[in-house]
Structure formats: structure tokens, C-alpha cells
Design a protein around this ligand. Structure first.
Ligand code: NAD
Length: 299
């Protein structure tokens, strides 16, 4: 049976690992947090005591960690993944991190003879649970071919972005669009309210006009038009404002490094920083509507 080591069993990692287990893989899990380990054990995942014993027998190592520093530590630190993985293992990092760290870890993995992919995801916790994630993959095509049967059990789209680091670049660029679009939709609904235009009417019209976008039609920040959207459950996430802020900051850092001009991204980043400073970091990112409409309380 194919052994998969899964490191990082948080909101995303645990349901992804559960889907691999349900697909018949022998999943060995590891997380540094006791609470995450307990949840994983309750879900029937066999846990390692440390990274070394978790990865030693694996043919695939998948990581789903918070950010670049944790990815660097898990792969590169003494006793980490590269020190302990078996020859021929394929390493897949699904975390959302900066492009530079992704490329550095990939280069170090290659220099030690390992194939590695950066494969961040879109689709959130609901997508992780339903195995409908989109994987945006950077790295060698041959490695991607090997990873595809595994990734396909956790998602429904696996798309090659290009060489190492471009999966992360795709994720950062996608969420730059998403953050800006969400704010544009919020501004339009806040203006409509003051102009005496009902939210459901603006939705009916804009969703069939040129203002149409995912933030409007799938995730409308105003309660009512899209029943499944977090706006109908008090902005319970979903995708938190602090996650959006993290991704917008990654975009700003990347833009500064390469000299790209992203003025609306900078503005969106500041607005999400302000919303988080008001205490709403744990609120769904569409909740920023309340701040833009002048209705947000400081938590
Ligand atoms: P999370 O904080 O719930 O889970 C991360 C887990 O990694 C935690 O349980 C933590 O204890 C563990 N961890 C940290 N350092 C570790 C280490 N060295 N070894 C093993 N485990 C370690 O975060 P999440 O929501 O699952 O997100 C994970 C990644 O996926 C992030 O990069 C995030 O940006 C990205 N992402 C999240 C969403 C979402 O909706 N939550 C959507 C798309 C992408």
C-alpha cells in the first residue's frame, strides 16, 4: 500500500488527510499542536511521534503548514523532512507561502536528490472536506505526473503553473484578484444602499452584467442573494480576514521584490489590515462589507 506522510493537520490538512485515507492510502500524520494531533487521532489517522518516524517509510510527503517559516523548518531543520525521507520520495508542499521560500526549499530538496512540487490550493475548508480543491502546481512535469493520482483524491482540478515556485505565484496572483474584487463588490453594495437600490436588485442586475465576478455570484458579502455565502451566517468563516491579509501581504512583498506595480492590491491589503486591527481577523473576509458600509464594530 502506498504510504503518505501528511504534516500539518489543521483546518485544511486534516480533511485532506482524511480524504487520502478514505481513498485507501496508508496515511501517517504529524502536527506540532496537541489539539490537532488529538483531532487527527480521533479521525483514525496513525500519528508519528516526530517528523523523522512519520516520513521514513513514505513514498509521498505532503505538507500543509501555516507559512514560509514553518515550511522551511519542517523541510530543512536537522531532524526534518530532507534529513529523514527515503530515496525516491516525492515531496509536495500545499501550504500558501512566499515564492522565494518555495524556490529555496525546492532547490535544496533537488540538491539532495528529491523531487518536489509547490501545490497550493484554492477552495477553502469546504473544498478540502469535499475533495474539490484546485491545486496550482509548480515544479517538474514528471513529478506532477507522479503526484496527480494522489492530488486527484483531494481535489477536482490539478493545473500545472510552470517551474518551481510558480504554483505559489499563481496562488498569490489569484488571491490578489479576489481581495480587490471583494472590496469592489462591498463598495458597490454600500453605495447602492445609500442610493435606495435594494441589494437583491443590484445582485440580479450585476450578476448578469459586466460587474459579475466570483465575489458577487458565489460569495455575495451582503446577506440574502447567495444563501450559501458566509454573509448569511454572521460572517462565520469560510476564509478568514487574517488569511486574506496574509495572502495580500505575500502579494505586496512579491511585487516589491520584482518591481511590479499593484496599487489596488496595496489598498486592499491596508483595508484588510484595518479590518483585522478592529478585531475581525477571525471573521470571514467578506465581513469587510460591514466596515466599508460603516457598520463594523470594534471587537
Ligand atoms: P491551520 O493553522 O489550521 O493548520 C496548520 C497546522 O500546521 C496547525 O495544526 C499547526 O499546528 C501545524 N504546524 C505548524 N508547524 C508545524 C510543523 N513544523 N510540523 C507539523 N505541523 C506544524 O491552517 P490551515 O487553515 O489548515 O492552512 C494551512 C495552509 O493552507 C496555509 O498556508 C493557508 O494559507 C493555506 N490555505 C488555507 C485555506 C483556508 O481556507 N483555511 C485555503 C487555502 C489555503
Amino acid at each position: 500500500m502506498t504510504v503518505i506522510a501528511f504534516l500539518g493537520l489543521g483546518n485544511m490538512g486534516l480533511p485532506m488527510a482524511k480524504n487520502l485515507m478514505a481513498a485507501g492510502f496508508d496515511v501517517r500524520g504529524f502536527d506540532v499542536a496537541a489539539a490537532a494531533r488529538e483531532r487527527a487521532a480521533a479521525a483514525g489517522i496513525r500519528l508519528g511521534a516526530e517528523i523523522a518516524d512519520t516520513v521514513r517509510e513514505a513514498q509521498f510527503v505532503i505538507t500543509m503548514l501555516p507559512a514560509g517559516p514553518q515550511v522551511r523548518e519542517a523541510y530543512l531543520s536537522p531532524g526534518g523532512i530532507l534529513d529523514n525521507a527515503a530515496d525516491g520520495v516525492l515531496l509536495v508542499d500545499c501550504s500558501t507561502i512566499d515564492v522565494e521560500t518555495a524556490r529555496e526549499v525546492h532547490a535544496e530538496a533537488r540538491s539532495r536528490g528529491f523531487a518536489m512540487l509547490d501545490a497550493p490550493v484554492s477552495g477553502g475548508v469546504a473544498g478540502a472536506e469535499a475533495a474539490t480543491l484546485t491545486f496550482m502546481v509548480g515544479g517538474e512535469e514528471e513529478a506532477l505526473k507522479r503526484a496527480e493520482p494522489v492530488l486527484a483524491r483531494m481535489g477536482r482540478a490539478v493545473i500545472h503553473a510552470g517551474p518551481a515556485g510558480t504554483g505559489q505565484a499563481a496562488k498569490i496572483c489569484n488571491n490578489l484578484m479576489l481581495g480587490i474584487q471583494m472590496i469592489s463588490v462591498c463598495e458597490a453594495f454600500a453605495l447602492a444602499e445609500r442610493l435606495g437600490l435594494a441589494a437583491d436588485r443590484l445582485f440580479a442586475i450585476a450578476s448578469r452584467s459586466s460587474g459579475q465576478c466570483w465575489s458577487l455570484t458565489h460569495y455575495c458579502p451582503v446577506p440574502g442573494p447567495v444563501p450559501s455565502a458566509p454573509s448569511n451566517r454572521g460572517y462565520r468563516p469560510g476564509f478568514t480576514a487574517s488569511m486574506m491579509l496574509k495572502d495580500l501581504r505575500l502579494a505586496q512583498e512579491a511585487a516589491a521584490r520584482v518591481g511590479a506595480v499593484t496599487p489596488l492590491g496595496a489598498e486592499a491589503c491596508q483595508l484588510y489590515a484595518l479590518y483585522s486591527a478592529l478585531g475581525h481577523g477571525g471573521t470571514d473576509f467578506s465581513g469587510i462589507f460591514e466596515m466599508i458600509a460603516g457598520k463594523a464594530n470594534k471587537l
